[in-house]
Design a protein around this ligand. Structure first.
Ligand code: XIL
Length: 688
């Protein structure tokens, strides 16, 4: 963020629009060790996310009013599958009359809680209304099926990550053939292909899955039948992206060759997922074996359990799930979490008082998926989620420069508060984005952080020191520490990283300002990046052991013209890859703020353009969809939602989310008094 008022007057000069920066790296690139230091998480979803996977649950719309149920759902799971609400007998009970109410309830809840949605299911012989099963004419059925797929997929476009396009089409009789159904009987074997092609045209961005049960044993005829179909589809270019293994197991758990089955399917070029997991009596070892089978296969991208508590299960007599009737974690829960790589904790209630996580070296499994970032990005934006909350002693015009971590079931946000007189810091937390607007604002000028110029915060947990750091600008690069992120009064008084502005900055800053300090560490070193509003990105370094002291060797990490490389840089590690991502805010030819991006194989290396131009930006308002109204033309200073919260600043490698500042395009006047608000971008072109 910029400290003073100059930018109120947007310059009219036309910038070189497509200039791809010639970024220089004065220092020789040093090979940064590939750090896979990961803090073990204490919930299923967060732990699964550390390897780029999801952990989901089947959800019933009718239970969303039950606080214990939603409490577990939103704490533990980052994906949902509507248990019945998207089935044909709900969505099109009579011909041409569609009902999306119950499905929407679940999808809206999921979107508000950052959970992805598996759509279940478009074509299935069961839970099919009588008017469909009694159709006797192939042409009628074909058009009814295509219309159903198109209408439902269209309705949920952009909100459903993967569809079970066809469910349970294979027979149990050892033939390896399709089962009889109205679709099979009238349309023949080709109905599955037809359904997938129709689904692809309706929602090209959704992953399209075939889903079935009793296909976990590699030696069964049914498994072989499905395998032949997928191989055939892939060889002929019929669109299929994934295979769902329902995984409804008896007390013995998965067959011994389950992992072989998953790998063999994955080798055909599809993702595999465990879509409806439940195990009679939920033996801990059976859950361990099941989760391990998925973790050992790179393209096993997620696991969904078929319900939350035993009492929610369709097999409730067999107590097959991870939580008991009272919502307590069962032994199976702890096995599942451990098999995901996490650490079970029984101390959730106390966990907010002290950060208990420890950093560990966890060698990445050789099979971990390593999807690199795409070379262009599309986004959908929320409306403004967080606005300033002036009170009698805080006269605030804008809230800006957010930093955010998700820790212990909550988003913790720190931001600048802006007014004509200058900047200060504010802290808020909330459990989901729908609560962001009502969270209490804690003003840090009331704490040891103190009043006066403090702006553009960055928060992270320094795992080796077991201490939270808040880095911010004060004219110098400053920081405060706190053992408990949720306690606004726990921050120490500011200290400076540098005794004074490094010489190289002094020589290059011109009429700019020294702003937007940013710290990121690999396993050996910590780096401090900063900007000068004059086209330079600086980088200093110290060792992880010496941090926060010893920052030295300041160099220009990247440079371009002033407005092409302005300020607000973020640097992240991309999860499961050897890539680092740099984004820097630029000022466009229309005077609007947007972001450019680069990648590098090491933090001290040179940065190669990724989406780095005004026409192919990382994030620019004219390339963002605003389903709830285009409230801003600027996508300005913000922070990515990270996969973890430690000093490695690891972000997911897909479905990125970026919390940013935007403002009413008609606002004008004093730069410090502009009405900035915070909104959330979600990437819509993920390939995961
Ligand atoms: C089940 C639901 O859990 C029940 O509530 C419903 O009565 C019947 O269907 N395979 C599937 C799921 O694909 O849709 C089924 O869900 C379980 C078996």
């Amino acid at each position: 963020m910029k400290a003073l008022k100059r930018l109120g007057a947007r310059r009219a000069a036309v910038l070189p629009l497509l200039a791809v920066a010639a970024l220089v790296t004065p220092a020789a690139a040093t090979a940064a060790p590939d750090a896979h230091d990961a803090v073990r998480a204490s919930t299923l979803g967060a732990q699964a996310a550390q390897s780029g996977r999801y952990f989901g649950a089947a959800v019933a719309a009718g239970r969303l009013g039950d606080g214990v149920y939603t409490g577990i759902l939103d704490r533990e799971f980052n994906a949902v599958t509507p248990e019945n609400e998207m089935k044909w007998d709900t969505t099109e009970r009579s011909r041409g009359s569609f009902n999306f109410g119950p499905g929407d309830q679940i999808v809206n809840h999921a979107v508000a809680h950052g959970q992805r949605v598996r759509g279940h299911t478009l074509v299935w012989h069961s839970q099919l209304p009588g008017w469909v099963s009694s159709i006797q004419d192939a042409n009628t059925l074909r058009s009814v099926m295509n219309n159903h797929i198109t209408t439902v997929a269209n309705h949920y476009k952009g909100r459903v990550y993967a569809w079970d396009v066809v469910n349970e089409a294979f027979a149990d009789n050892g033939s390896g053939q399709h089962r009889p159904s109205v679709f099979q009987n009238l349309l023949g074997d080709g109905f599955i292909e037809q359904a997938f092609r129709t689904a692809r045209s309706a929602d090209p961005a959704a992953k399209l899955c075939y889903n079935d049960y009793s296909i976990e044993d590699w030696n069964s005829a049914k498994t072989q039948g499905v395998y032949r179909m997928v191989r055939d589809f892939k060889s002929r270019g019929v669109p299929i992206d994934c295979v769902g293994f329902q995984s409804h197991f008896g007390a013995g758990g998965p067959p011994g060759n389950f992992q072989t089955t998953l790998s063999n399917f994955a080798a055909l070029g599809v993702d595999v997922q465990l879509t409806e997991l439940d195990i009679a009596q939920a033996p801990a070892a059976a859950y361990t074996n099941t989760v391990r089978a998925c973790m050992n296969v790179a393209r096993c991208t997620g696991i969904t359990v078929w319900g939350i508590r035993d009492s929610d299960s369709w097999r409730s007599g067999e107590n097959p799930l991870l939580f008991d009737r009272n919502g307590n974690k069962k032994a199976a829960y702890r096995s599942a979490l451990t098999a995901l790589g996490g650490t079970p904790t029984t101390q959730r209630a106390t966990a907010t008082t002290t950060a208990t996580a420890t950093a560990r070296k966890s060698a990445a499994p050789a099979t971990r998926s390593a999807a690199a970032l795409p070379s262009s990005f599309s986004w959908s934006s929320s409306g403004p989620l967080i606005a300033p909350k002036p009170d009698s002693t805080h006269d605030i015009a804008g809230i800006k420069d957010p930093t955010v971590v998700y820790y212990n079931g909550k988003y913790h946000v720190f931001a600048s508060t802006a007014r004509a007189a200058g900047y200060n810091l504010v802290y808020l937390n909330f459990s989901d984005w729908s609560q962001a607007g009502s969270a209490t604002h804690h003003y840090l000028d009331r704490t040891a952080v103190g009043a006066g110029y403090r702006a553009a915060p960055q928060v992270f947990y320094n795992a080796p020191q077991r201490l939270w750091y808040l880095v911010y600008q004060t004219g110098n690069a400053s920081y405060s520490t706190n053992p408990d992120i949720s306690n606004p009064n726990g921050w120490s008084a500011p200290r400076n990283f540098y005794s004074s502005m490094p010489d190289i900055i002094r020589r290059n800053i011109g009429n700019g300002y020294w702003v937007d300090m940013w710290v990121i560490c690999d396993s050996a070193n910590c780096y401090l990046f900063s900007s000068d509003d004059n086209g330079h990105l600086y980088r200093s370094q110290t060792t992880v052991g010496q941090f926060p002291n010893g920052f030295t060797n300041t160099v220009i990490a990247a440079q371009d013209s002033k407005y092409n490389l302005f300020e607000a840089s973020n640097v992240y590690k991309v999860q499961g890859t050897n890539q680092y991502l740099l984004i820097v805010e630029a000022v466009g030819s229309d005077g609007r703020r947007y972001f450019r991006s680069w990648t590098s194989g090491s933090l001290a290396g040179s940065w190669s353009p990724l989406a780095a131009s005004e026409s192919n930006p990382f994030a620019r308002a004219n390339k963002v969809s605003f389903p709830s109204g285009a409230w801003t033309k600027d996508v300005s200073h913000g922070e990515m939602i990270r996969a973890g919260y430690d000093q490695t600043l690891t972000i997911p490698n897909c479905r990125l989310q970026y919390l940013y500042q935007g403002l009413n395009p008609n606002a004008s006047g004093d730069y410090n008094s502009l009405p900035w608000r915070l909104g959330l971008l979600t990437q819509t072109n993920s390939t995961c």
